[in-house]
Design a protein around this ligand. Sequence first.
Ligand SMILES: O=C(O)CCC(=O)C(=O)O
Length: 209
Amino acid sequence: MQFGLFDNEHAHAGARDLALPGAAVSYQPGWLSADNATAIATRLKSQLQWHQDTIKLFGKLVKIPRLQVWYGDTNTVYSYSGLTLSPHPWQHDLKVLRDTLQAHTGGHFNSVLANWYRDGKDSMGLHSDDEPELGPQPLIASVTLGQPRPFAFVNKQTKARTTIVLEHGSLLLMQGDTQRLYQHGINKTTRQVGERINLTFRYVYPYSA
Ligand SMILES: O=C(O)CCC(=O)C(=O)O
């Protein structure tokens, strides 16, 4: 996959495109060194303002099965499943990762959704990141820290499922028609698994009051 001005061979070493018809997804294991990824995860666990939100599902209020929090520029508000997330001001590691990802991809990110999967019971249901404030072809950069978990793509038309294990320190880039054509999610597992943090950096079109 080609990126902008800052593209260079070394930075993208080991990146591979996934075979998902119509989509544009690349996966790069070891984008962060294991030690760096572990140190960042430790700081994020103690420094972010984590909370467990409640959403309405089939008319019932339910707690989402994970902790999450939204960071970004002041005018980035993100809504999904009836939940409106207002941004916390950038935490240091998130800002450094944001700046690095901008240089790496040539894209622009003004916000990040952080998710903390505490164990195998925590999950994220199949969905697309297709909210209007993300625009029609969003570039989303997903950084994984901690326990590798299978990440599923399901083609909306054919229902074909493709699963990739997102490893500690890896980077997954989704762009083009990926959100329009596919859903993605993280299943629960009965296996004993450790904690995992995922960061999805996004560009949210700022609202105007
Ligand atoms: O935890 C993950 O890898 C998925 C996160 C995700 O799907 C999202 O933030 O929309």
